[in-house]
Ligand binder design. Structure first.
Ligand code: AMP
Length: 392
């Protein structure tokens, strides 16, 4: 069965087509600048990458073009071969603890949750509607970034703010990157041959979050109501003293919108270094002795270590620490610095093993009390797997 994994943004559409249950990736790509001028798309298959410039009026036009490419490249003979389409949804609120069919009732809940994810949920619904019109016979599913975190207890997900903020405005911790945390924790349980493993999964990319997972269930996660909580990230601040906001707003006359931009787009590695949000640029800056890059990296690593320590206590120990996503899979120095700071928990890095990028690997020494792994994430495959299980 062929299953398409879809991630729709307001002007973009990412896709990966899998042969399931073999988990074979057939083709992947992205349509960009949908609905604006200079639109184009790139596709990858058979080890080749092709870029084409073309008009893309809307998401439906992108799906129609995808069908043409699939047929022209003999990946499918007819679009009916695509039996399932899984759509990534950023915010599922308290309504969804697993992947569900895209029924009208479920879609209307996703739309209702748009106030909690104004940039993402409406765009995902636009993508879904387009997919429904181009692939009317496929089983369409909704795969939520928040679903994996729905197992958190009330005392973990509630904030100590007036209780009415929760009951009236749904203010609580929802978490993010759930599909990734679920994927790498399932893989870690397989590697450890232990379904009950206590894991600390570190999804460190441009956005970053850490989860405490026990027996395949999320106990706690660092993201909150929005994806700007917990760790310091590329451009997001993560946890800060909330009262900084009214203080700076009163001092500078900044509006709520401007404050939101400052905390989400001008903070984190970029805000402290003044150089870049990309950890590769920070690494270069450190090599050149840039003091603000050195400081930014110290702050970044400290916050990762803080959360690992917190979750070690929460889980009552830890059977493995996992690094994944852009920085987690590729930044040898960030992983090394984190592992070195965890020496008091008995973590012992292995320099040679840690010299790896983008590949599954054990990176701690044999006598490390907690094994540390790199496990490349594959959210697209997780979306396809859930969709396959519902469609079959
Ligand atoms: P993601 O959001 O998971 O796609 O991660 C993107 C981020 O990964 C980039 O902004 C970089 O900070 C980081 N990254 C990617 N490649 C490398 C690399 N080779 N070394 C260090 N960091 C990297």
């Amino acid at each position: 069965m062929k299953v398409l994994s879809v991630n729709a943004g307001s002007s973009s559409l990412k896709f990966t087509l899998f042969e399931m249950p073999e988990e074979k990736e057939l083709i992947s790509g992205v349509f960009e600048r949908i609905g604006i001028e200079n639109s184009f798309y790139t596709i990858k298959f058979n080890g080749e990458k092709i870029k084409k410039e073309t008009e893309l009026k809307d998401h439906k036009a992108a799906f129609e073009l995808l069908v043409k490419e699939l047929i022209n490249n003999k990946i499918v003979e007819s679009l009916d071969e695509i039996a399932g389409i899984g759509h990534r949804i950023v915010q599922g609120g308290s309504y969804f603890d697993k992947t569900v069919l895209a029924t009208e009732d479920n879609i209307s809940i996703v739309e209702k949750l748009s106030s909690l994810a104004p940039l993402h949920n409406p765009a995902a619904v636009v993508g879904l509607r387009a997919a429904q019109s181009v692939f009317p016979n496929a089983t369409q599913t909704l795969v939520f970034d928040t679903a994996f975190h729905q197992t958190m207890e009330e005392e973990v997900y509630l904030y100590p703010v007036p209780y009415e903020w929760y009951t009236k405005y749904a203010v609580r911790r929802y978490g993010a990157h759930g599909t990734s945390h679920k994927y790498v924790s399932m893989r870690a349980n397989e590697i450890l041959d232990n379904d009950e493993a206590r894991l600390i999964t570190c999804h460190i990319g441009n956005g970053a979050s850490i989860s405490a997972v026990k027996g395949g269930k999320c106990v706690e996660t660092s993201m909150g109501l929005t994806p700007n909580a917990g760790l310091m990230m590329g451009t997001r601040c993560g946890d800060i003293d909330a009262t900084i906001l009214p203080y700076i707003m009163e001092e500078t006359g900044m509006s709520a919108k401007e404050m939101d931009t400052a905390l989400n787009k001008q903070s984190g590695l970029l805000g402290i270094s003044g150089v870049s949000s990309d950890s590769r640029d920070i690494e270069d800056g450190i090599k050149n002795g840039d003091e603000r890059c050195i400081l930014a990296q110290k702050m970044y690593v400290k916050r990762i270590v803080d959360f690992i320590a917190k979750y070690y206590v929460e889980l009552g120990g830890c059977d493995a620490i996992i690094f994944t996503a852009g920085v987690g899979e590729n930044s040898i120095s960030t992983r090394m610095e984190v592992m070195e700071k965890l020496a008091c928990l008995g973590v012992k890095p292995d320099e040679e093993r840690n010299n790896v990028r983008g590949k599954e690997a054990l990176i701690s020494a044999d006598n490390s009390k907690i094994p540390v792994y790199v496990i490349p994430t594959n959210e697209e495959l997780m979306i396809a797997t859930d969709t396959y299980n519902l469609a079959k």
